[in-house]
Design a protein around this ligand. Sequence first.
Ligand code: CTP
Length: 414
Amino acid sequence: MSQAPGRKPRVVLGVGGGIAAYKACEVLRGLTESGHDVRVVPTDAALNFVGAATFEALSGHPVHTGVFSDVPSVQHVRIGHEADLVLVVPATADLLARAAHGRADDLLTGTLLMARCPVAFFPAMHTEMWQHPATRDNVALLRSRGLVVTEPDSGRLTGVDSGPGRLADPREIVDLAKLLLAAPDALPRDLEGLRVVVSAGGTREPLDPVRYLGNRSSGKQGYALARVAAQRGADVTLVAAHTVDLPGPAGATVRHVSTAEQLAEAVRAEAERADVVVMAAAVADFRPASRAEHKIKKTDDGGAPTVDLVRNPDILAGLVENRRPDQIVVGFAAETGDAGGDVLHHARAKLKRKGADLLVVNAVGEGKAFEVEDNSGWLLGADGTEVPIPFGAKAQLAAAVWDAVASLRKTQGG
Ligand code: CTP
């Protein structure tokens, strides 16, 4: 159903009967606070974990679980028809099975059969259940019909066990929901079998045990790239320098580093087995020539120390130099125009200089790109293509980058 301009996007939040149901409340809150009209449709089992009153209070709508409540309004038809997006949080093994096989034995599964908008399942279950052939088949079946079944997170589960099967962080779910509302085709499973390395965040170059030279990178763009790649089926390693507080992308392996040299070492090691490397990190070009062993103290003469800087390695240039013929290297350019030329002029020169296959160009300064939620820019290809990326969420820019990578792989016959 197409969304009339000016009205709030309508999201159906299906809630399955698992302990992670309580996290659906955070998703609900995140969506309503960002201007979405959310209708919660729990299963009967979900109400063992969270009461209907909680969902009703947070959504501002009545909550029903069966098709026999409010019969005259034929709820599953109305809710399914009116939705712009259906999310299932958490998607239990049972719910995935019922959805895959077209069951319609409660309001949620009936609604899923009625919906013609994007549908995304966010699984949560014990690792054995997630990895069971029955669940694997159900997930494959749902994905083959174009529905999104996301990768769960890995970590502590309900009991003493830990492994894949943890519900993705609610902030990540809200982020992906917004992506699907803006770009319904943003999460195809087109990166399966690809090994991807993404760097993110800003490096810190220590001056002494308490001080460092750093930058304002939030890491949000790199995390969005890793998040979207993992949900498109890639095997993702995220090499993360310093960022604001961000949820680790579900389905990705995260390696934390601090300095440019550590980032260089980690990215080089991971790149050896990668098909695609994306350098979204804000790497310090210089570092203090030496790091004081003890905190640098003020002196009585009122003077100030001088800091000598040395150059850090250009990681992107090194990756390009050592890349395999079938490896794709993507760089970022944060540019401001100046008397020498506009943003694109500098970006074209940088793409040539760096020799990457793709360069994502962000216009920076005046509140653009750093520490903000939205980004715009251009995607420049080594083949001369220049695609503008409209202003939108960082996940949307990430999806555009992966679209470009996927089409590059196709032209390479990959
Ligand atoms: N980069 C890198 N190693 C560095 C510096 C930057 O790998 N030591 C990467 C960044 O991750 C980004 C790209 O190079 O993908 C461009 O970074 P940017 O800071 O915009 O460009 P610089 O190379 O620093 O060029 P300039 O200072 O001329 O803008």
